[in-house]
Design a protein around this ligand. Structure first.
Ligand code: MRU
Length: 346
């Protein structure tokens, strides 16, 4: 089953807030609800929120009472603004909405209002289908980097749940496993929202891939002990020089990997590369509600004092000098990233 899909004139999404305790789908009929679902992280992961926003735009087309293509386009422009504002860091969100809007603007004078509605839906479906196909191509390139017997540290969740299906970094691990390579995954739990312990572990269970969960501060220990051969993670935005914004904690993980000479790869579709930004310091970093940090319990009791304050940047930027390579659907990019990244982005 896909994480994000269209069925019976509705957008359906797996509710990722309650996994692994419960598996539930939520149906959406309005683009504003889809934008909220992205902000609340019912759906999360860069490619998955791009696909959700694309279907959200299709819903906006059907919500609109417009009787001309020009009026429909105006309603779509407003929905596009709402959807793009749902989360700031993953460029796939704006990329998906912009791609559909460009097509709608181009076809406005050639399609009647109903055909224009259908066009947006067809474009959203195409984008979702392409995501799966791109992930599988990426996975083939990335799996070639994995050796039989490797232990791999993986950060956040980059699997089928973070995409439409298959996954980015976890997709690479999944393909290597299907190729018969014996691998072991050390799953960073990924504080504060625990995408690793909740979602990645849940996915690895389904695929029958051996794993152990580690808290984020254990990765340096295992690398220094020589127990880790590779590090794989995804990204929410890659700048033109190869700097990578990904889930908070990726930077510290990459520093420890660099210090211990452990090869480290970001796995990203080219839709995650933002060539308009020269370097990673220009990537907008989402700061989320501090309660996501404070709400954790230990032995059934709140961890922090009642009036504690907290900070909650959701992403950090890993400088490209710490990366061994960036895996894309068009091949693995090696340094110098500022030169080579451009060559794979069409
Ligand atoms: O806050 P999230 O859970 O949406 O963050 C997701 C990540 O950081 C992933 O690693 C990233 O989107 C790349 S995986 C497709």
């Amino acid at each position: 089953m896909r994480t994000v899909f269209w069925e019976n004139n509705e957008l359906k999404m797996i509710d990722q807030r309650i996994l692994p305790a419960r598996f539930e789908l939520i149906s959406y009929r309005g683009h504003k609800e889809v934008a909220l679902a992205i902000t609340d992280m019912v759906v999360r992961g860069a490619p998955a929120i791009g696909a959700a926003a694309a279907f959200g735009l299709a819903l906006a087309g059907y919500e609109s009472a417009a009787s001309s293509s020009t009026a429909l386009l105006a309603d779509l422009e407003s929905a596009a603004t709402t959807l793009k504002a749902a989360r700031p860091t993953a460029v796939n969100l704006a990329w998906a909405v912009d791609r559909l809007m460009e097509s709608a603007r181009k076809m406005k004078d050639e399609r009647n209002v109903n055909d224009l509605r259908q066009l947006i839906l067809d474009d959203a479906q195409r984008l979702a289908d392409e995501d799966v196909e791109i992930n599988k191509r990426m996975a083939e390139h990335g799996a070639a980097l994995i050796n039989d017997g490797d232990t791999i540290i993986h950060h956040c969740n980059t699997g089928a749940l973070a995409t439409v299906d298959w996954g980015t970094a976890l997709g690479v691990i999944r393909t290597a496993h299907e190729q018969g390579k014996k691998i072991h995954v050390l799953v960073d739990e990924t504080r504060p929202r625990l995408q690793g312990a909740r979602l990645t572990a849940w996915e690895l269970e389904q695929y029958g891939i051996p794993y152990e969960i580690i808290s984020d501060n254990m990765s340096g220990f295992f690398m220094k002990a020589g127990k880790v051969q590779k590090v794989f993670f995804g990204a929410d935005r890659v700048a033109a020089n190869g700097d990578v914004a990904n889930k908070i904690g990726t930077y510290m993980l990459s520093l420890a990997a660099f210090d211990n000479h452990v090869p480290t790869y970001a796995v990203v579709p080219t839709s995650t590369v933002d060539l308009s930004l020269a370097h990673g310091d220009l990537i907008p970093i989402e700061e989320r509600n501090p309660n996501e940090v404070l709400d954790i319990q230990f032995q059934g009791e709140p961890v922090a004092p009642k009036n504690a304050k907290a900070r909650n940047p959701a992403f950090d930027v890993t400088p490209s000098r710490l990366l061994s390579g960036i895996v894309t659907e068009n091949g693995v990019v090696y340094p110098p990233f500022d030169v080579n990244l451009k060559k794979v982005v069409k």
